[in-house]
Design a protein around this ligand. Sequence first.
Ligand SMILES: [Zn+2]
Length: 261
Amino acid sequence: MTQNLDKIKSNIIKSAELISESKKIVLMTGAGISVDSGIPTFQGTEGLWARFGKPKMNAFSEFIKDDDSWWNREINHQRSPYVMELRKAIEKAKPNDAHFSICDIQKLGKIDHVITQNIDGLHIESGCNNVIEIHGNRNYLRCVGCEKRYKFLPPIIKKPPPCDHCGGIIKYDSVMFGEPIPELILRDSKNAIKDCDLLIVVGSSSTVRPAAGLSWIAKSDGAKLIEININDTKLSSECEIILKGSSTDILPRLYEEIVNL
Ligand SMILES: [Zn+2]
């Protein structure tokens, strides 16, 4: 079901009012926000799964079983076609109007934390502060043991040495299928959600845990929810306001509305 233009306009005004009344706002983003930066989503009819098939969900256990072989394949570019396509898209991607509008709203003192499921690093690149990248960041490596992160510049031509802090195995910071969310990140996310009175969920299908779980925690703790998405999601029925449309269209208008209140 689409919303007509008047409905969207009035919902943007309502959202701006709710944002200005709220004391602690967290904004959570999913793959939808980066589509207009040219990054394909996993799910959906045009998504990577639809085109390449869903990969096995055991990448992390395969990595832990034999990290030497994993890094060998990586260095020799023996990765699945969907991984290569995603990487190429991320390498080229730049923040879009949705990312920049979030920064603008944050500069008004209105967004406490941004929690993202995306690994593309575009929130940080756009200048946002307090960004929690729950699935990691493509531009970092991370120790499996102590979670220390290391910035790196691609391409990697040999297996990274063990962690200089604890001697643990190093992997990409991006969370693999089957890999638990790093404990420190999960703790930061839960702390950010705690006591928030408004959660804005942008471009997330709200099906992937634990990010989806955070929305339900916020809701059950009494936060109000605003959803910005082109589609209905599992979260839609729980939301105070639904802004149906692309985030690159809605978020700049929302920023203007907040400024003009
Ligand atoms: Zn370590």
